[in-house]
Design a protein around this ligand. Sequence first.
Ligand SMILES: [Zn+2]
Length: 151
Amino acid sequence: MAITDKIYVKNHRQLASQLETSFPKSAFSGATLDILFSGDGVAKLDEASRDRVLEFAEDFLDCDCQGHPHCGCPERKFVAYLLELRAQGLGPEAIVDVMGADYMLYAYPGDVLSFLDDSVRTLEAAERLADVDGRKEAGGRIGQRRRELSR
Ligand SMILES: [Zn+2]
């Protein structure tokens, strides 16, 4: 399962009751993207929640793809957001706190940790491949990125 399948909406029950409809707890479920993040219901939310929801839509659902918001861009952008927080030196628990403050989302720190470990391993493998192929510049770039994520 991708990390984006393990990102959940905080205060899910309250939001569903404000919207007077139900949607899955998982933030990147198709129905959640439709109902909570790109639906007309956002006006029914209390102000604090509305701000977070609009913020999320602005940051992750801003593409013009035909299949929007089911085109994969929101997930890709969110993964980049997580990696960026990690590159800034945040650990899994701090990352969970930040996504809560930014977008009213939560995840289990253990899931975030496995995701970060997997990302570093993927970069290590790519770095080795680049070395084997003699692609020094690519290897260097990947190594740099890996070090940002593993410090
Ligand atoms: Zn897109």
